[in-house]
Design a protein around this ligand. Structure first.
Ligand code: NA7
Length: 538
């Protein structure tokens, strides 16, 4: 740094990101009396719910199981209006939280972090933003989200299109009208499905470009009136207790029965009931062996395939919409509202690009191997460089200048999903090797654990908190072993770290913790109770 430049501002902790985890982390660290700075790339709070403004974006988890649970006052003051809240409502909620706890004064907006370099001697982090500002802090806490680094398809000509085009996670703040327009959607993951069913309502013509179909199931959303909200509010302790006990923090949890322990009639009746019930029950509350036993998985897949055939009028289109390369639930199940019926509309066409690949984007549309389509709007619902992608996009360097991206080339290595040896004083919230599931529940635990660790360190005047190499090896092996036998690890998806649009991400890895959330918490509690075993505190 030149002598004339001012010294960087110093903080006790820097948090990257003002989404659900960053906001809560700021609130908790502030209560310890720390000087905290949150650096946020967006112009407002909300993270996922700030960026993903695409039409139809909403929760697939029950609203009242998704909000923060830490503040009784907040629970008393906030009313959800739908069982599965739409994105604008969630963004309002997170703004309400930011105001209520007066969080904005410690958040620097429009500040995308470019680099974070550990300073060996000072035992602190030097953080710089893309606009050239520099900051220093003892602790660096990443709250950058597992699905926040959007990826565009690597298709020739993307830049040449002269109409409007948007990635769903970079949707404009102004409304986009589809009225009478020729619209294309590329991608049929959870985002694509929500987008397609919404755009189909008003588009002049919608053409969906599908590379791989996903198994979708009904969301069955409904409004919450004042009387029902009062009931929900009274039931909050029970709702959050249940989320603490279930495998993935949803209100749903696996049925203890095996698929073949019941008669064919009972099985069918159970599945009919799940298919007619709101939310993730059919995925998270199904027979316990559904995601590990091939024969069990084939049966539920056949059940859902029959539903798709019943709902889609054209049998040829129905067949294209039924996944053939993976079983039900082995990828994230998109929840839908009349998604399949959209394909019965005259203004909707499905193009199977596994048969007729996209050759290029042209100035006026999309050219596949057998046709040229003209569009006014192209929507890219092509997903994210998941879990490690948001880390890769920041130049994070630890002891001796070692880059985190290089360290994780063959897959992430962590201790408890929170720490990495060689990267002292850096803690990750919802980083790799964390339980995902109903994410805010995991976030609250994650933030509380990190806060306790920081409090412990500060109370003892410790200047270095780091995982040991042995701790990282043990935890990484444990996470990998939990993935053995899961059918979900046999298919490419963001959950196995594969993204066709990113160099070096074509090989499946284990990027998330697939044990139960209670087991994860028990392990982390034990580590803390044993004075942070598997770590160096100095
Ligand atoms: P996903 O689930 O990763 O879906 C991305 C979709 O985009 C998927 O259908 C991909 O097909 C498709 N895609 C990606 N690249 C291309 C190219 N180059 N050509 C054609 N099609 C492509 O992302 P989402 O945003 O839907 O959901 C992410 C998570 O966010 C979701 O699970 C929720 O938890 C929230 P593919 O299957 O790779 O063949």
């Amino acid at each position: 740094m030149a002598d004339t430049e001012p010294a960087p501002a110093r903080y006790d902790a820097i948090v990257i990101g003002a989404g659900i985890s960053g906001l809560y982390q700021l609130h908790r660290l502030r209560a310890l009396g720390m000087r905290v700075l949150v650096l946020e790339a967006g112009t407002g709070v909300g993270g996922t719910w700030y960026w993903n403004r695409y039409p139809g974006a909403r929760f697939d988890s029950e609203s009242y199981s998704y909000g923060y649970s830490f503040s009784p006052e907040l629970l008393a003051e906030w009313d959800w209006t739908e069982h599965f809240a739409p994105q604008p409502e969630t963004l309002r909620y997170l703004n309400f939280v930011a105001d209520k706890f007066d969080l904005r004064r410690d958040i620097r907006f429009s500040s995308r972090v470019a680099a974070a370099h550990y300073q060996d001697t000072a035992r602190e982090w030097a953080v710089t933003t893309e606009d050239g500002a520099s900051f220093r802090a003892r602790f660096l806490i990443t709250a950058i989200g597992p699905l926040s680094a959007p990826t565009m398809p690597r298709i020739a000509g993307v830049e040449s299109f002269t109409g409007q085009s948007f990635h769903t996670a970079r949707w404009p703040h102004e409304a986009v009208s589809f009225e009478g327009k020729r619209v294309a959607v590329i991608g049929t993951g959870a985002t694509g499905v929500q987008t397609i069913q919404e755009v189909a309502k008003t588009a002049g013509h919608l053409t969906v470009f599908q590379r791989t179909p996903n198994w979708c199931a009904p969301l069955l959303n409904s409004k919450i009136d004042a009387a029902e909200m009062a009931k929900i509010r009274a039931g909050y302790p029970e709702i959050f207790r249940r989320c603490q006990e279930t495998f993935a923090c949803f209100v749903h949890t696996m049925d203890p029965r095996g698929t073949f322990e019941v008669s064919a009639e009972e099985r069918e009746a159970f599945w009919e009931k799940l298919y007619a019930s709101p939310g993730f029950g059919i995925w998270q509350g199904n027979f316990r062996d559904m995601l590990t036993d091939r024969a069990a998985n084939a049966l539920i897949s056949d059940f859902v395939a029959r539903k798709i055939r019943q709902r889609v009028k054209d049998p040829a289109v129905a067949e294209k919409l039924i996944p053939k390369n993976h079983g039900f639930g082995t990828r994230r199940v998109p929840l839908e509202t009349r998604y399949y019926e959209a394909y019965n509309q005259d203004n909707v066409t499905l193009v199977d690009i596994s048969e007729t690949p996209i050759e290029r984007i042209t100035p006026t549309g999309i050219k596949t191997s057998d046709a040229a389509y003209e569009f006014d709007i192209i929507i890219y619902a092509t997903g994210f460089d998941a879990v490690t992608g948001s880390f890769d996009r920041i130049d994070i360097r630890g002891v001796g200048g070692q880059r985190l991206k290089d360290r994780w080339k063959a897959g992430p290595e962590t201790y408890l999903g929170v720490l990495v040896d060689g990267f002292p004083n850096m803690m990750m919230l919802i980083g790799p090797h964390m339980a995902l599931g109903n994410i805010p529940r995991s976030i609250e635990y994650n933030v509380d654990w990190v806060t306790d660790l920081v409090r412990h360190a500060r109370a003892r005047d410790l200047t270095l908190v780091e995982a040991t190499r042995a701790g990282v090896t043990e935890w990484t092996d444990h996470v990998k072993s939990l993935g053995v036998g899961l059918l979900s690890n046999e298919i490419n998806s963001w959950m196995t770290g594969v993204n066709s649009n990113v160099d070096g991400k074509q090989v499946r890895i284990v990027n998330r913790y697939s044990g139960s959330a209670p087991a994860y918490r028990a392990r982390c509690d034990e580590v803390a109770a044993k004075g942070y075993e598997g770590m160096v505190l100095a």
